[in-house]
Design a protein around this ligand. Structure first.
Ligand SMILES: C[S@@+](CC[C@H](N)C(=O)[O-])C[C@H]1O[C@@H](n2cnc3c(N)ncnc32)[C@H](O)[C@@H]1O
Length: 158
């Protein structure tokens, strides 16, 4: 299990070895019946797609090339096409870029404001785009939000 710890200058470090057995036990219990697959994402979609499936896709960002294996533009095009054929539901998180909004325009989108919770300083926040082929909100809230004087536009809700 890879875990990152931060050192402290004005606050103490968050590393506490006494918590490790408890963390391992909790992790063991949570993962006891979880199946872990290591396959290219498109094979996972093919294998598990059912009307009752919900996929969460967390691919490399569009603009920030943070990983050893990042996505080219044509891979994002393939992903958009593939997602359009699913029987099941999907939630895709990406960086909020005009190119991303354009490519995935036929799906629903909303931005979410996230804190990097692994750090103590939760003032460091960033925005991500959640792209879905369904409305994640219960119908009565969705209806209220999409009215002209509701709490937000039908797209790009916070
Ligand atoms: C944003 S990270 C996902 C992080 C992960 N969800 C987590 O919480 O640790 C994107 C990951 O997608 C992987 N990736 C790149 N191309 C892929 C592909 N074709 N199929 C599946 N994963 C891929 C990258 O190696 C990278 O680890």
């Amino acid at each position: 299990m890879k875990q990152k710890f931060h050192y402290g200058i004005t606050q103490s470090s968050n590393y506490n070895p006494q918590r490790i057995p408890d963390i391992l036990e909790q992790t063991h219990r949570r993962l006891a019946r979880v199946q872990i697959e290591s396959l290219p994402y498109d094979q996972i979609l093919d294998k598990y797609d059912r009307p009752t499936t919900v996929f969460y896709l967390d691919p490399p960002y569009w603009a920030r090339k943070l990983y050893r294996f990042n996505f080219t533009e044509s891979q994002f095009l393939d992903m958009e096409r593939k997602l359009g054929t699913l029987k099941g539901k999907f939630i895709l998180s990406l960086d909020d870029r005009p190119e991303v909004r354009k490519l995935f325009a036929k799906f629903q989108m909303r931005t979410v404001d996230l804190a990097y919770t692994a750090k103590r300083d939760t003032r460091t926040r960033h925005q991500e785009l959640l792209i879905t082929n369904f409305s994640p909100l219960p119908p009565h809230i969705e209806k209220r939000r999409s009215q002209p004087n509701g709490t937000g536009a039908t797209e790009n809700r916070q």
